[in-house]
Ligand binder design. Sequence first.
Ligand code: BTN
Length: 246
Amino acid sequence: MEQIITLEKVDSTNKYASTNFDSLPDKALIISKIQTAGRGRRQTPWVSPDHVNLYASYVLKTVNFNVSMSSWVGGLATLYALRELAPQKEFWIKWPNDTFCGNKKISGVLCETVSDVNNKIKGIVIGIGININMTSEELKKIEKPATSLIVETGKEVSVIETAKILFKHLDTFTVETIKNYESLYNLWKKENKIVGKKVTIEVIGKEILTGKVVDIKPSGELYVVDEAGAFHTIYSGDVTIKSFIY
Ligand code: BTN
């Protein structure tokens, strides 16, 4: 697959894809065996031990998506890749685009826009990290409960095979989104097992709200009703599911 570009070592595949954006082909997937400064959402580091996990960035040049839609493409492609690799396990999306297995996170998506000197958006980089062969010991370095494919299935999985499967689903979802935005939104909303649940929302480590998720809006925001009956629209933040019945 000529559009998967494998690097030996890089600080962050997202940074590499943004810096080299103009010379990279559209819809190329950049992967690296080692990532020395992997970054997560909200300025957190992404724990990236050498050679064991997938660190990947997908280059989108010609598609006129916004950042939310691109992260749905990343989240759904990751979900479908994990289901293909471990059909016996149950995976789901936690808003906005983390993939969970049970109550532990197995992957995350970080989308970043790339702009020209006049601040005009040239495209988007969809960064995806999937914990593949990370041991329970290594997983302890992650602040929140996390898991990996090897811990869930007991079997070692090839990182490059995972990249190929992810690449296939990224391509399919990108094409589907161009054809039918609404069906992508409906699927992403359906896979987000959060509507109807009681949640707390944290922004930069500070709890700002507890309530029930009523809906996810077509532009991606959470719609939450608090215990006093007031409605809130949540654009970004860290969501913790408190209970499955409210
Ligand atoms: C999250 O916080 O959940 C998003 C994590 C995204 C990590 C991936 S690893 C490949 C790409 N390069 C980065 O520096 N980050 C993303």
